[in-house]
Design a protein around this ligand. Structure first.
Ligand code: OGA
Ligand code: MN
Length: 278
């Protein structure tokens, strides 16, 4: 069977068909890499993908990063378990974010495998931040290129953060290190060379030299722009579906609309590099 590409929406995401990830040729890896860079997130359905296949595929992209907060698969700390039990209310990733933007060298991307999914619900939304940046006015783009922004994991994982007092808190590692980092607001994508808007609602605190109150109106304007249907797609999971997203050029949002049902996903995070201004 030969590989073929099927965009999920004109703005974001592509489904790759005719590829078995567990037996991936170098030429199909190169096709997947190009699709990943152009569309921001790739989806492959009906994969027979053991945890060893998951680890081997991840290592073809780079080093694996162990998440500070997520529970780990028994005996395999490289695989984070993104789980919500049927009686649990709060999910992981239930708001727009880019993984690990609070790290000085944010993760290149994440590879998520659906192990147990609700019959309906639990979709994930994705947004393409290079396309979102391209469609801002020239005046706003020029201003944004001169800014940097502070990111932190504290808003979500820290004391008083979003997960405090929720039933997700006890699922997360108790002693995960918190992290802060300053990044350019417009980065030059390390692989594609494209300009990308690099702030996100979950982890960006404020612009450098601005207060949080001063930063929020502009941040909220950018967030509303980036989440327009033009730059987003909605992905429906099926068991054995694998998604890999580019963490520098996309955001994602795990919808929490399946109360009373169980969902279990396995994630490997790939190390990235420090990000340069455009
Ligand atoms: C993640 C995450 C999305 C999902 O694993 O980083 O945000 O749909 N998960 O589970
Ligand atoms: Mn995430």
């Amino acid at each position: 069977m030969s590989a073929s590409l099927h965009p999920v929406s004109p703005g974001c995401g592509v489904e790759v068909r005719g590829v078995e990830l567990a037996r991936l040729s170098n030429s199909d890896l190169s096709l997947i890499r190009d699709a990943f860079h152009e569309h921001g997130v790739i989806f492959l359905r009906d994969q027979t993908f053991t945890k060893d296949d998951h680890l081997a595929f991840a290592r073809r992209w780079g080093e694996i990063v162990i998440n500070e907060h997520f529970p780990e698969l028994a005996d395999t700390p490289e695989i984070a378990v993104v789980i919500k039990e049927a009686d649990q209310k709060t999910n992981i990733g239930g708001g727009w974010h880019a993984d690990h933007s609070y790290d000085p060298a944010p993760a290149l991307g994440s590879i998520l495998v659906a192990r147990d999914v609700p019959e309906c619900g639990g979709d994930t939304m994705f947004a393409h931040l290079a396309r979102a940046f391209d469609t801002l006015s020239d005046g706003l783009k020029a201003n944004l290129r001169s800014l940097r922004a502070l990111h932190s994991s504290r808003q979500i994982y820290g004391p008083g953060g979003a997960y405090e007092g929720t039933d997700l808190k006890q699922v997360l590692k108790a002693d995960g290190a918190l992290s802060d980092a300053m990044h350019p607001v417009v980065i030059r994508h390390p692989e594609t060379g494209r300009e990308v808007l690099y702030v996100n609602p979950a982890h960006t605190i404020r612009f450098e030299g601005w207060t949080r109150e001063e930063s929020l109106p502009l941040l909220n304007h950018l967030y509303a722009h980036a989440t327009k249907p033009d730059f987003t797609c909605r992905h429906r999971w099926t068991p054995g579906c694998v998604a890999m997203w580019d963490n520098r050029s996309t955001w994602h949002h795990a919808l929490n609309d399946y109360q009373g049902q169980r969902r279990e996903m396995h994630r490997i995070t790939i190390a990235g590099t420090a990000l340069d201004a455009a």
